[in-house]
Design a protein around this ligand. Sequence first.
Ligand SMILES: [Cu+2]
Length: 584
Amino acid sequence: MGEKLVVNGVFVLGVSLMLLGSLSLGLGAKTRHFKWDVEYIHWSPDCSSNSSEGIVMAINGQFPGPTIVARAGDTINVELTNKLFTEGVVIHWHGIRQIGTPWADGTASISQCAINPGETFVYRFILDKAGTYFYHGHYGMQRSAGLYGSLIVNVAEGEKEPFRYDGEFNLLLSDWWHQSVHEQEVGLSSKPLRWIGEPQSILINGRGQYSCSLAAQYSNSSVEQCKFSGTEQCAPQVLRVLPTKTYRIRLASTTALASLNFAIGGHKIVVVEADGNYVQPFAVPDIDIYSGESYSVLLIADQNPKENYWVSLSVRGRLPKTPQALTVLNYITNHASKVPSTPPPVAPLWNNYTHSKAFSNKIFALIGSQKPPILARRRISLLNTQNKINDYTKWAINNISLVLPSTPYLGSIKYGLTHNSLDYKQPPETFPIDYDIMVPAKNPNATHGSGVYTFRQNHVIDIVLQNSNALKANESEIHPWHLHGHDFWVLGYGEGRFDERNVKDLNLKNPPLRNTAVIYPYGWTVLRFVADNPGVWAFHCHIEPHLHMGMGVIFAIDVHKVGNVPRQALACGLTANMFFENKP
Ligand SMILES: [Cu+2]
């Protein structure tokens, strides 16, 4: 609070915006101010003995970063200072639509310039609706380096959730490698490719156990029983519950790679929210959660209160080389260290996609939710392929592997600065009719490009995400796709190549609204969204190394309608020339 003189102008502006905000958003909406410093710190998220020198990207010395808790309609004001020595930084507010504030979306080279070391950037935006969200780095692979945290948006004052609970827990899920992120990035950008492999640990709220197990007594391996005093960086956070009470468990996955299965031994859970949208409640023994997704589930503590139970996360969709992550559901009558009397839940087999698809197909919008428009104006089919460009391994969409420019698109498109290093002519809207998605491509070569699709405001767009065989025979991977600036309706999933005969099976009655949706191996997923938020938005696979290898596209929506972009967001590349030297 000491820098009043310096920030006075900003402060006055802040007050007037606040007044406007409270006028349009009703009583009770607040502006919440945060001052964050991003820096590397020594930290060992999984207490691995050979990575005691581990480092993470932290905010104000915390890993994961501070949890923001706010209400729908609130304005968030984060003054972010880059205290890294040699890298830029940005933060993306995952699931927040940034209505009218596309420059606050936190995507380097797309919505803003990376913030340079020593510089401060102010993210100021409105939380448009209640839900379970998170934030994370969106520059290079900084999310993999640990730059993430939770963003919990409660309903506005006087509003009610459509379900009841007595208490809540918040679990932010991630994965962790002992190899440094720099080493990972270099490996992925080398020829031949040096793949990062599977994560060493799954983390729950930034905590995992690598060299010991909470459930060693149930394990066949020689791994030791964990002994924690509770103060260790990797000590698990126990979920303490009172018998018969109902708890909301918020789950959000910011994994770099891992798809996860969440279960609580002996208990069923009821899914009520997905990506900040209410779903028709349904009970399941376990749920799959992909990177970029969030859920709220309800748990009734209705089992034997003399026992404790396992909370488990297991890897799905890839070879299970990462140990199951565990913590304990502790009925408060017992000691938290009491080991559950049964072994941890056994996850479905890693490649049992029937199980995963059955779960996806149970998710419907809560009755009474907004329905999608009946017709779309345009359909874009995006073929996901693994490719070669000059012997480098890449991912491409309709044969274009995404490369980001030095001038953020929000600036270069808004100001018509077309002499970008990459021209942004419309990329293909479909792929060859004879492309066989079941086998490796006959010609695996792709090109680098900008992948910018241009939409008019309020047009209804259908997207067909089409999966295919990767470079190796009999290999097709899961890709969770995440859209910035909008939610979309998930109209359906299917096998093989999408064609017109599948249209009649799409769900227009009660499809769930999401911001992330998965494509299954050799399958397709159809999404519908209304392009109602002018700006430039990333749409990409949320697997960090896949995005790094080009797996994404850009949606530009009536960019000329975007209001004044704060200059600090565009103080690089051609827009910097324009602003500061007055010559574009
Ligand atoms: Cu992917």
